[in-house]
Each structure stands twice: as C-alpha cells, then as structure tokens.
Design a protein around this ligand. Structure first.
Ligand SMILES: [Zn+2]
Length: 328
C-alpha cells in the first residue's frame, strides 16, 4: 500500500474513532458480491481489511446474505462456504429479504453499532454516504479501498467540534467578562460578553450556510442544471401562450365558418344577428362574413333571376309551339 494512501486511511479511521466512537476490533459487514469478488481477485479480506484499517477487524455477514449465496447454487458455492466461516450478525428477518435492504436496516440512519460496510454496490454505498459515520470498503481491481469520509460525515464532525467549542465559549464569556472583586462582588462586563457571543454566532451562521450548500448540492444532483430548468419553464410558458393563441384563432375560424355556413344555409337575417353575440374578438372576420354573404346573396338573386328568365322563355316557347300544333 502506498504511503500516501496509508496516511489518508489512518486519518480517516482516527476520525471515526474520535468523532463516532468506533472501537477495535472494527466490525465490517460484508455483502455477497464483496465476498465473491474477493474470491475472484484472490484477496483474503481476513488479512487485507486489518491492513487497510491499520488495526484489528472482523468481518460479519447477515443471514440474508448467506441466504442469497445459497440461492445462487453452484455459482456461489465458494462464496457461500467463505461466508459460513465469518461471524454472523443477527438481523430481524424471519424469512430472508434482499441483503442490501437487510444491511440498510441494521445501519439505519445513525449506525449506532458502529459498523463498517464492505460492498461492491455503488447504490448501497451512495445510500450510506448520506448517513454520518459509516466507513465504506470496496474492491477495485484486486485492491481493497477505504472510501474517504463522506460529506455528511465531515459535516457531522464539524458540528460536534462546534458544540464542544460552544461549551468552552460559554466558559470564556464567564472568564473574560466577569471579575470578582476583593469584597466578593461579581461584576459582569456586558460589552465584552456580547462581543464573545457575537463571534460565536458568526461561526454558527457559517456552519449553517455550509449545511445549506450541502443540501443544495444534493438537490442539484437530481436536477443537474438549474439554468436549463429555468429555460424549460420559459419554453413551457411560451408554448402555453402559443397554444392559447392557437386556440383563439381556432375559435375564430370555427366562429367565422359557422357564421358563413349559417349565412349560406338560410337567408338574410343570419349574418346581421350572428356577429352580435361575439362583439369584441372578431370584428374583421364577422365583417368579412357579412361581405361574403351579401355578395353571395347578390349571386343567388342573379341566379334566381336567370332561372326565372329561362323558365319564362321555356314556357313562352312551349306555349308558342303548342299553339302552333293546335293550329295545325
Ligand atoms: Zn436480514
């Protein structure tokens, strides 16, 4: 193992010991894939894990993991045998559940039993990064890796440290701002006390800001680009407006078409009365409809006049011919 990496691991484990109360030997819950990959890569975790953690450690498996390996049959037989040799960590499941669900149940949201987790599942490790104080191990190409402490972990450490300094700060206020006089009277320098308190408040605000930033980052992971989101919003509003304009134009079309059909179907009074109930939206269209219908009316009148003329001519012709026949 490289010296640099060993230093980082030592620092990380010191953090877990000092801030989260981890004790030796460390207890590492491993999952089925971790055992399987260790076998495939010819890593002996019994030897390798203490080397990485720089102290004694024991591996544990839950009954749900053993059940998973058993269910794999011949394929998982080697890993099944390896798992059987590890210490069993009891779990609340009467019948086996998904092993990751099982481990998540044990770690819960505080990892109060101080477990490390060895897993090849990125999803599971991502989940435990959200829980402060869960050291994570995985195997990368025959190398056992200890993940650096997660953001949730380091933030919790900062909070704890702040809480500690907060206590001493109260003492500082007492020490700095109060004086005991020779006659036994205690005098408090209020200005000084306020100063000390204010500096403490500033520190608290800074910590709060960091927390908010972390929360934002988490949200950001879900919605990668806030700018693009804004753009999308704009787009949706424009589309909605265009659709509304479309719909109004469609309404206009429908209105005008119904008006024109009305005018075509039955005669004179329709166009005059039709635009009256919709006064504001389509004055030009209504006017067009009126113009159209009046033109059509003229045409119809002309046609009717022509028809009448023809009929008259035909009748006259018939009359004339029949009169000629009669005369013959
Ligand atoms: Zn279980």
């Amino acid at each position: 193992m490289k010296v640099k990496r060993a230093k980082a691991y030592k620092k990380a484990m010191n953090l877990y010991v000092q801030s989260f109360g981890f004790r030796k030997p460390y207890q590492v819950i491993v999952d089925s894939e971790f055992i399987q990959v260790a076998l495939d890569q010819k890593i002996d975790p019994v030897y390798q894990i203490p080397k990485v953690l720089l102290d004694s450690a024991k591996q544990m498996v839950t009954p749900c993991t053993i059940a998973k390996l058993r269910s794999l049959g011949d394929e998982g037989f080697g890993a099944f045998l390896a798992a059987k040799r590890l210490e069993k960590r009891r779990c609340p499941h009467q019948t086996a559940v998904d092993e990751h669900e099982c481990i998540a149940k044990i770690i819960s949201n505080d990892n109060k039993h101080r477990y490390l987790v060895g897993s090849q599942s990125k999803k599971l490790r991502a989940l435990f990064r959200q829980v402060p104080g869960v050291p994570l191990l995985y195997i990368n190409r025959s190398v056992l890796i200890l993940e650096p402490p997660s953001e949730a972990t380091t933030l919790k450490v900062q909070e704890n440290e702040h809480a500690k300094t907060h206590a001493t700060q109260e003492e500082m206020v007492r020490l700095k701002a109060t004086t005991v006089r020779a006659n036994g009277h205690v005098v408090v320098d209020r200005k000084l006390a306020e100063k000390v308190e204010k500096s403490h408040e500033k520190k608290l605000e800074k910590l709060q800001l960091k927390k908010q930033e972390l929360a934002k980052k988490r949200k950001g992971a879900k919605e990668p680009n806030p700018l693009s989101v804004k753009k999308k919003k704009k787009e949706t509003t424009t589309t909605t407006t265009t659709t509304t304009t479309k719909s109004t134009t469609e309404v206009d079309k429908a209105l005008s078409s119904t008006i024109s059909t009305l005018a075509e179907g039955s005669a004179a009074p329709a166009p005059a009365s039709a635009p009256a109930p919709t006064p504001t939206p389509t004055p030009t269209r209504a006017a067009e409809a009126v113009v159209l219908t009046s033109a059509e009316k003229k045409k119809q009148k002309k046609k009717e006049a022509k028809k009448l003329k023809r009929k008259m001519q035909q009748q006259q012709h018939q009359d004339a011919s029949s009169a000629g026949e009669d005369s013959d």
